[in-house]
Design a protein around this ligand. Structure first.
Ligand SMILES: Nc1ncnc2c1ncn2[C@@H]1O[C@H](COP(=O)(O)OP(=O)(O)OP(=O)(O)O)[C@@H](O)[C@H]1O
Ligand SMILES: [Mg+2]
Length: 270
């Protein structure tokens, strides 16, 4: 038998959608979406309210089953990922947390480890270390024993990011992580995400922050039921794309280094 090393298998894209259509009842919420997210990408999903951004994310996660088309995550259908599910970290849109429930920051982050723990296993030293490390990454190491209710909105978002990081994901998906967070905190969050990307993580983030986000990401997917455009931010974020996406006149121009968007709504009908 020859002892030649096997050629390394080409790694599949982290996420691949082919002609995906999602319907709720008879309503098509996503139609014919083709999308490829290569390993190590930092992709922003943008689009107006109700465009299908969260639905797209939930489809990638396997929480929504498309009526048509094919979804592959790490080369497999989401439902067939099995233990590989823990490669995905997810920060859902707006956390409906009952703050009367006396939960501490460290406990919330530990929830991120349960995907790895499985049944009948108590968290061990490695889990506690992962929780501490995740909190350090988001700059909240000191808050581990504090009640979640005592934190600001921005800090709480970081706790949920830490929860997603505690699973040590290769793919991190965030749905509007900066909603209700001030500009400075948003910026530092984007910088943190870019750092994760540099470390090799693939990051997909839903955002409304078109202009700001484009300074950090290397790909933008504009969604409005259909995938209006998908590519590098400087190519995708043109007048036409924004006009199609928001259904109104939009101008996108460069303002120093910070792209700046102005959206003009159509005149109100008399
Ligand atoms: N479980 C559901 N059942 C029925 N319709 C739904 C369901 N979830 C979402 N929809 C509808 O699908 C469409 C897309 O919703 P989705 O939440 O994906 O939009 P979005 O782009 O994330 O919006 P937002 O910017 O407000 O978060 C909306 O019209 C919404 O009302
Ligand atoms: Mg949404």
């Amino acid at each position: 038998m020859k002892n030649t090393p096997a050629a390394p298998a080409a790694r599949p894209p982290v996420v691949q959608l082919r002609q995906v259509t999602v319907t709720y009842g008879r309503l098509a919420v996503l139609e014919d979406v083709d999308m490829t997210v290569p390993e190590g990408a930092f992709l922003a999903i943008i689009g107006p309210n109700g465009a299908g951004k969260t639905t797209l994310v939930r489809t990638i996660l396997g929480l929504v089953k498309p009526a048509q088309g094919e979804v592959r995550v790490f080369g497999k259908p989401p439902s067939a990922l099995g233990p590989l599910r823990r490669w995905i970290g997810y920060v859902p849109q707006m956390h409906a947390v009952d703050l009367r429930f006396p939960v501490r920051v460290g406990d919330v982050v530990m929830m991120g480890r349960y995907a790895r723990l499985g049944l009948f296993r108590w968290p061990g030293a490695a889990d506690r270390a992962a929780v501490r490390q995740a909190l350090e990454k988001v700059g909240l190491a000191e808050a581990i024993h504090r009640p979640l209710a005592d934190l600001s909105g921005g800090q709480r978002q970081r706790v949920f990011l830490a929860r997603a990081l505690a699973t040590e994901p290769r793919l991190l998906i965030l749905d509007e992580p900066t909603a209700g967070v001030d500009a400075r905190a948003s910026k530092s969050l984007y910088e943190l995400l870019r750092e994760f990307q540099r470390e090799g993580m693939t990051v997909i983030m839903v955002s409304h922050d078109v202009g700001v986000v484009s300074q950090y990401v290397d790909g933008v997917a504009c969604v409005n039921r259909r995938l209006v455009a998908h590519g590098r931010p400087e190519v995708v974020l043109t007048d036409d794309t924004l006009a199609e996406m928001y259904g109104c006149q939009a101008m996108f121009f460069h303002h120093g280094h910070a792209p700046h968007m102005v959206v003009r709504m159509p005149e109100e009908e008399q």
